[in-house]
Design a protein around this ligand. Sequence first.
Ligand SMILES: [Zn+2]
Length: 247
Amino acid sequence: MKIDEEGWLVAEGSEPKVVRIPTVRTYRLVVPAPLGIVWHWTSGRGGPGFAERLARRVQTYRRGVDRPASWHALVARDGVIYQSAPLLVGTWHVGRPGVIAGQRLDNINRATVGCELENAGRLRKIGERFYCWPFWTNPSAPVYERRPDPRCAIDSDRAIVVQGQGIFDAFSPEQQASAAAMLTALVARFSWPHEVCSYGHRDFDPKRKEDPGPLWADSVLPQILNQVFGGRDLAAAESAPPAAHGG
Ligand SMILES: [Zn+2]
């Protein structure tokens, strides 16, 4: 995967598919190029067509009507990457202050890439089944009257227990492969070190947000980072001499 002059991802050969669905919800970066990536989950049940619909929904913006949210890339469960904005502009995925790569910023959005992962997030076991947000058909009813919403049911093989933290939706192998391909391109293009590749929304808004959750942060992403950085080092070593023909 490559990144073109403007900052659009370009898939090559058998790589994961990238679909461009541009949004107007962007603004300038305060740095020449993004300093790192912030991971998010979409939450909710998702499913076929969900990621594309979500990307289309944020293409336009009506002030005072739409929730001001956008992101650069959305990785669907089937591995397709929907890109909403070039990587050289900012999107509206955090909107809070914080520190990225040692730089204090008034707004994280002004110096980062925002990546959404189609994932149901935190799950609850109700009876014998697992459910995602909003869990209930009648969430505002008293607890004893609540009924789990069958539309929020998640296959039990996707429900992963993270010790001491709860139950979380699994990330699909296709999604992990696409995230790895994209991150490899980002690291190469922007010369990112390891430590700017693992920010999460929760790092900047811990009271309100827990995405991308412990499953991504503590088990999936570290494996991807091994692949991205380990692979690159290996490739550099293998392709060292001779380098006569270039290209
Ligand atoms: Zn988020």
